[in-house]
Design a protein around this ligand. Structure first.
Ligand SMILES: Cc1ncc(COP(=O)(O)O)c(C=O)c1O
Length: 290
């Protein structure tokens, strides 16, 4: 939620979905609130009916950070095909990429024209030779080259999403067979209809392990398996600490942020790769169980 003034109001995550907790979101709304900014972590949408119900009740705009949710759906409708302002990223690590760039989806002509002006120097062109500038725009245009790359990728979005869902299923099957579940590794929500499975994250049971997350990631790397962290709790970044945020304010985000590890998930992966990753998680956890 953004209030007028520069400091955002955060709401904690739901520890199961790892997305914004909509009960807490509603409690965080103040008379100064202008908009709600949900993030769909790893491509899993929040309850969109409830989100837009809250927005309607409080007369708020919704700016969807759907950066990771291209190809995801809600009740059969693609994310971005409905809603208020929906932004997607086509950065190189996204399911569909133009290397850099993204898209903003708007639902009314007036705002679309305004966004087009802001995108490219505030300029409006008419006919063959007309040019005017009535506001100070920036330079946020997707280059033609990037657009060409993106269009090439776009054709495959359905196939990419299906493959990612299949690999996510393979992860759940492997974890169900391994010992990692017993050692307390927390898995994501099993959703194969809405999520585009942009990422697959586990949360480590660090209180039951004799190694740190960093050491765990190091041991995965020694086995040739790359991992990442998405994301540490944002309110503990220096930028926000300087504005008064501190530990204890958003316990679920803090716990998840300190224990999450992103496992490999890319369309060229095989089921054997998935098994190998889960085996590595199992073995490392078993070797360091307290
Ligand atoms: C949730 C989320 N929001 C915003 C962004 C920013 O997107 P971009 O890098 O295209 O500006 C990303 C990706 O990097 C993201 O994952």
């Amino acid at each position: 939620i953004i209030e007028t003034g520069a400091t955002p109001v955060f709401a904690d995550i739901d520890p199961v979905t790892r997305n914004i907790d909509l009960d807490l979101l509603e409690k965080a709304i103040t008379p100064r609130t202008k908009a709600i900014l949900p993030v769909y972590l790893s491509g899993l949408p929040v309850d969109m009916d409830r989100l837009y119900g809250i927005a309607r009740d409080h007369k708020l705009r919704v700016i969807e950070d759907a950066a990771q949710a291209f190809g995801s759906t809600w009740r059969g409708k693609k994310i971005g095909s409905f809603g208020d302002m929906v932004s997607f990223s086509f950065h190189a690590n996204k399911n569909v990429t133009s290397i850099e760039g993204g898209a903003l989806v708007l639902n009314n002509e007036e705002e679309a024209v305004l966004a087009q002006k802001y995108r490219l120097q505030g300029i409006t062109r008419t006919g063959f030779d007309g040019m005017d500038c009535d506001l100070l725009g920036g330079k946020y245009n997707l280059t033609d080259v990037a657009a060409r790359v993106g269009l090439g990728q776009l054709k495959h979005v359905g196939r990419f999403t299906e493959k990612r869902r299949e690999l996510a299923r393979a992860y759940f099957e492997s974890f169900a067979n391994g010992s990692a579940v017993r050692s307390g590794v927390q898995l994501p929500v099993q959703n194969f209809t809405d999520s585009n499975w942009h990422m697959f994250q586990i949360a480590l049971p660090l209180e039951r392990l004799s190694l740190t997350r960093s050491e765990f990631m190091g041991q995965m790397k020694e086995r040739g398996i790359g991992t990442g962290v998405h994301y540490p709790a944002l309110h503990l970044f220096t930028l926000y600490r300087a504005r008064g945020f501190h530990e204890g304010m958003f316990p679920h985000a803090e716990k998840y942020g300190a224990s999450t590890v992103t496992l490999p998930l890319f369309t060229q992966m095989t089921h054997d790769d998935v098994t190998r990753v889960v085996q590595a998680v199992d073995e490392i956890c078993a070797a360091h169980a307290i």
